[in-house]
Design a protein around this ligand. Structure first.
Ligand code: FES
Length: 161
């Protein structure tokens, strides 16, 4: 599994919180989706091995909860905070601006494969909303104009690859 070292450390730590390993299935799925953007077959098998389960046990959890994504996301992941402070400062408008820029709805992959836009809960920067994470970078006070500028930057970076 190609996960960040910090995610792997969190996974090992989270498992210790549960007397029965299988109870860590949900938290592990959340951590992996947060890191990789989706839950692959490889991830399911990896979790199963880690928690001494059968892959089908993990797969059942993935298919039960609609928040788990079973398809890859775009190359860049735009996460717009929708929790109260950001919602009050225009987070929904910011999200709309990104959707317009890339011609896709939340949860989808844009036609060029470049982005997936998602709403997320509080990103712990409530005083500087609307807050947006693009991959690992936090952006503050992202109004529609700033969303457009960030979208332009994403497109520009895509051309360099
Ligand atoms: S409410 Fe958006 S960062 Fe906390």
């Amino acid at each position: 599994m190609n996960l960040k070292p910090a995610t792997l450390a969190q996974i090992d730590e989270v498992i210790t919180h549960y007397p029965v390993k299988r109870s860590a299935t949900l938290p592990l799925l959340h951590l992996i989706q947060e890191d990789a953007g989706w839950i692959s077959k490889e991830a399911i098998e990896w979790i199963a091995q880690k928690l001494e389960l059968q892959p089908i046990n993990v797969y059942e959890v993935v298919t039960f909860y609609p928040m788990f994504r079973q398809k890859p996301i775009g190359r860049r992941h735009i996460k717009v905070c929708r929790t109260l402070s950001c919602a009050l400062t225009g987070g929904y408008k910011t999200c709309e601006a990104f959707q317009k820029e890339f011609g896709c709805h939340t949860g989808e992959v844009s036609a060029d494969g470049e982005v997936t836009i998602d709403f997320v809960e509080c990103l712990a920067s409530c005083g500087t909303g609307p807050v947006v994470m693009i991959d690992d970078d936090l952006h503050e006070k992202v109004d529609a104009a700033k969303a457009k500028a960030l979208s332009d930057q994403i497109r520009k970076e895509a051309l360099k690859k």
